[in-house]
Design a protein around this ligand. Structure first.
Ligand SMILES: *Cc1c(COP(=O)(O)O)cnc(C)c1O
Length: 350
């Protein structure tokens, strides 16, 4: 990251080319059908770009309302002038593929399904392969938000030809730095140049430039240091054993955390069978002394930083299991939670 880069210089162009090929390969993409398109910014920008570049204005997308990120995808599509069909689902369990099949059968004008693979607001993992199979059988297309999934949860875009676009960022399960998102896209299915209705978010435009110089250039100023850091992060990812090994570590992190919370007398929001390995929400203790800011501050003094907000309906606190964190760190965290609860005066824990 301390290296300076000129975006037009061969050092940077070769880095860009290497990373695009590498990201496409990790997604299972084939060069004949898939391309990895980098876009400056955060994950929402990538989701909006994918929606705009694969759904023509007026086309209709079914979005199972698995949580906050599904709601945001719905809003991004709606405000881009695409028609949305929000499908209510039980947020405490992965959405049932049959429900999605029925919704598609009931409305033949739905062209796409938008799915959040790992719903970071609730901690559930959706059955993306099974839902994809239904989308494929129904002759529709899929946009997959894999922002908190990619690099840990299994994904092979070549085995799921119904997927037009998978969106993720460099800073979640890839454990890189923020500032860059990726869309692994079916280039054979991109809408024509200009259809996105946004020059900044037109993936066809990004793809056109990539074709011209073999993926060496970004259209506008690239987050060069973030891209360079991602190469190192992906070296660590490979050295760990790739996606399966990363998933195994996160699963163990989540298991130690989940069981530790239960041992302390706290109540996780999901049943253990529905609990994904990315983020765990735990019900706030019903004790009148409970204060999330005080709890967060008491943990912070012990060397742990967790969110100072929650996004479940009932009050809770949320803990991430991803990043450069091990089961041993999780054990230490459980002990810190116990001490923090005592410090802020909680006697009733569930
Ligand atoms: C983090 C995340 C995003 C994107 O968030 P940004 O803050 O825009 O990077 C999108 N979807 C899911 C499921 C996420 O976890």
């Amino acid at each position: 990251m301390a290296n300076d880069y000129a975006p037009w210089d061969d050092d940077f162009r070769n880095l860009s080319r290497r990373m695009r090929a590498r990201v496409r390969d990790v997604a299972g993409g084939r060069v004949e059908t898939h391309t990895a398109l980098p876009l400056q910014g955060c994950g929402h920008f990538g989701t909006e770009a994918a929606l705009r570049s694969f759904l023509a204005p007026g086309q209709k997308i079914l979005i199972p309302q698995t949580g906050q990120y599904a709601e945001r995808m719905t809003r991004l599509a709606r405000e881009a002038g695409r028609e949305t069909v929000p499908l209510p689902v039980d947020r405490n369990h992965p959405a049932s593929p049959e429900l999605i099949a029925a919704a598609l059968a009931a409305d033949r004008t739905i062209t796409h399904v938008g799915l959040v693979y790992s719903e970071t607001s609730t901690g559930t993992i959706q059955n993306a392969p099974a839902i994809g199979e239904i989308v494929r059988a129904a002759g529709r297309r899929m946009i997959l938000d894999a922002v908190s999934a990619f690099g840990a949860l299994p994904l092979d875009v070549s085995a799921q030809p119904e997927i037009d676009a998978v969106i993720f960022t460099s800073n979640k399960c890839l454990e890189g730095l923020p500032g860059l998102c990726w869309i692994v896209a079916r280039h054979d299915n991109l809408l024509p140049l200009g259809s996105a209705g946004s020059y900044s978010l037109d993936l066809a435009d990004i793809h056109t430039l990539a074709q011209r110089d073999d993926g060496g250039s970004f259209r506008f100023t690239p987050p060069a240091q973030t891209l360079a850091a991602l190469e190192t992060a992906m070296d660590f990812h490979a050295a760990e054993g790739g996606t399966p090994a990363r998933l195994a570590r996160y699963q163990e992190n989540a298991r130690v955390l989940y069981r530790g919370m239960v041992r302390l007398g706290l109540q996780p929001c999901l049943d253990e069978a529905d609990q994904g390995p990315i983020v765990v929400n735990i019900h706030a203790p019903p004790d009148p002394s409970w204060s999330l800011p005080n709890f967060v501050a008491a943990l912070r003094q012990r060397g742990f930083v967790i969110s100072n907000f929650y996004n479940t309906t009932a009050p809770s606190f949320r803990v991430g299991c991803i990043g450069h964190v091990t089961p041993n760190d999780m054990e230490r965290f459980v002990a810190a939670v116990d001490a923090a609860l005592i410090e802020i005066g909680i006697s009733q824990r569930r």
